[in-house]
Design a protein around this ligand. Structure first.
Ligand code: NAP
Length: 485
């Protein structure tokens, strides 16, 4: 099974162009969530290895920042091609360590390639300004320069594409990087090292360490050579990283948790809404930051929507991601299953009605049935906390104002979705939602061309769009005087 993937399955860290083990020789086991079996190990690195990786990145920065934008763009294009040339092998590796279906893994790898291509193009457009001067004999120029060494920490739910949004803009801007992938899915992160080597990105430009999150994170946040931290993960950890980075006043980009609402109005195209709901809820077994956490459905169509969603969710094929036709893989681990069970028990004890699923799947392990819960109320855990599993709680509302208020009643503000056939309502609701991203009659909206990111406690900064490279650049104002003009 690992034949296709073996070339990319690096069981070592990449520091200054060398594949190395942890100083202590300690390792972490990596488990396939579909089988519960060990796939391999990765080094359990800590502070010292991280420091060496940072120093290597700092050394590499001296020459990398001097490469031309065109040269960097060409290398990133080669990286894009290499990712696509190896799409199947990379997708298989992703499925084996993360659990999502091969179709979704192929999609994630294609998305990684697309982000790299986007930033290959953006590399050539980091324009500055020539500003009209208030002085006759002076000129004003505004340049944009790479910030320096950046550190990237990523989660297990999109172990490849979350890195593409960080490595892509970093390298395009002329920065070098130290990367820490999630311990449960390190191989898709380490594969970036193999890919960068393959296309000739110089040693030290991308360094990858795995291991103790606390020690690695601490060094990345406090080492003065690191100029920026970019993190995707939970709001809880994001807050720790912001606090730690304050000691050296680093730039921070944070892609944190969500609590996405999905509003369906009486005037919506119901079948389209159900189709969007399935994508926005059950993708990656409900383990995405933009997955719907709360469905709010208007009273006139409530029962019909619940029934159609329940029917559609029962059709989803659950199984090992490697099997043909599987749409929902296992959850990442036992803890995730227990959390989902806790949410469902809480809902039932508060009057929730299970209309589909509700239990562990007969396949055992961390497989769970796609679940729909009707009669959800605001006192339930779903209202405030991220489920991160295949459970769709459906709340009922009467008026547009009530729906917007309910949707905004959370400290999160990442993605929101709503379905309506009324143009005026579309604008009112879109403007009323306090979210970084809104899908109108669409349940899947991520694309490299658009700025991905949240407001409130869902984060800071944007990934993708022309905005996605901004955080990797410093602005320098230059005033040239004594020109004798
Ligand atoms: P997590 O527990 O915050 O972990 C994310 C990363 O942070 C992992 O690499 C983890 O390392 C590391 N980490 C944990 N504690 C740390 C510390 N004290 N210092 C430094 N690094 C530390 O999140 P997760 O469970 O992997 O991912 C799920 C969360 O990510 C959800 O909340 C989801 O909404 C969010 N997410 C957000 C976006 C977005 O774009 N907004 C995208 C995807 C996911 P270890 O693996 O070694 O523990």
């Amino acid at each position: 099974m690992l034949q296709k993937t073996s070339h990319f399955m690096k069981q070592a860290n990449l520091i200054n162009g060398e594949w190395v083990q942890a100083d202590s020789g300690q390792t972490i086991d990596v488990i396939n969530p579909a089988t519960g079996l060990k796939i391999g190990t990765v080094p359990k690195a800590g502070r010292n290895e991280t420091r060496r990786a940072i120093e290597a990145a700092e050394e590499a920065f001296k020459s990398w920042k001097k490469t031309s934008a065109l040269e960097r763009s060409k290398l990133l294009r080669k990286l894009h091609d290499a990712i696509l040339d190896n799409q199947d092998a990379l997708a298989e590796l992703l499925t084996i360590e993360q659990g999502k279906s091969l179709t979704e893994s192929r999609g994630e790898i294609a998305s990684s390639a697309a982000y790299v291509l986007w930033f290959a193009e953006e590399a050539r457009r980091t324009y500055g300004d020539v500003v009209p001067s208030p002085w006759a004999d002076r000129r004003i120029i505004v340049n944009r320069e790479p910030v320096g060494v950046i550190a990237a920490i990523t989660p297990w739910n999109f172990p490849s594409s979350m890195l593409s949004r960080k490595i892509g803009p970093a390298l395009a801007a002329g920065c070098t990087a130290v990367v820490k992938p999630a311990s449960q899915t390190p191989y898709s992160g380490l594969a970036w090292g193999a890919l960068c080597e393959e296309v000739g990105i110089p040693k030290g430009v991308v360094n990858i360490v795995t291991g103790s999150a606390g020690e690695i994170g601490d060094e990345l946040c406090t080492n003065p050579l690191v100029k920026k931290i970019t993190f995707t993960g939970s709001t809880e950890v994001g807050k720790i990283l912001i606090e730690k980075s304050a000691s050296t006043v680093k730039k921070v980009s944070m892609e944190l948790g969500g609590n996405a609402p999905f509003l369906v109005f009486d005037d919506a195209d119901l079948d389209r809404a159900v189709q969007g709901a399935i994508t926005a809820k059950y993708r990656n077994s409900g383990q995405t930051c933009v997955c719907t956490n709360r469905f709010f459905v208007q009273a006139g169509i409530y029962e019909e929507f619940v029934q159609k969603l329940a029917e559609a969710s029962k059709q989803l094929k659950v199984g090992s991601g490697l099997e043909d036709g599987v749409q929902q893989g296992p959850l990442i681990d036992e803890k995730a299953v227990e959390k989902v069970e806790e949410f469902i028990a809480d809902a039932i004890s508060n009057g929730g009605r299970v209309v589909a699923g509700g239990k562990r799947h007969e396949l055992g392990g961390s497989f769970f049935q796609p679940t729909v819960i009707a009669d959800a109320t605001t006192g339930m855990k779903f209202m405030k906390e991220e489920i991160f599993g295949p459970v769709a709680p459906v709340f009922k509302f009467e008026t547009e104002e009530e729906a917007i208020k309910l949707a905004n009643d959370t400290e999160f503000g990442l993605a929101a979705y709503f379905y309506t056939g009324d143009l005026g309502r579309a604008f009112r609701v879109m403007e009323g939602l306090k979210y970084g991203m809104v899908g109108v009659n669409e349940g899947l909206i991520t694309t490299p061309e658009a700025p991905f990111g949240g407001v409130k406690e869902s984060g800071l900064g944007r990934e993708g769009g022309h905005q996605g490279i901004d955080d990797y650049l410093d602005t320098k104002y230059v005033c040239i005087g004594g020109l004798g003009l």
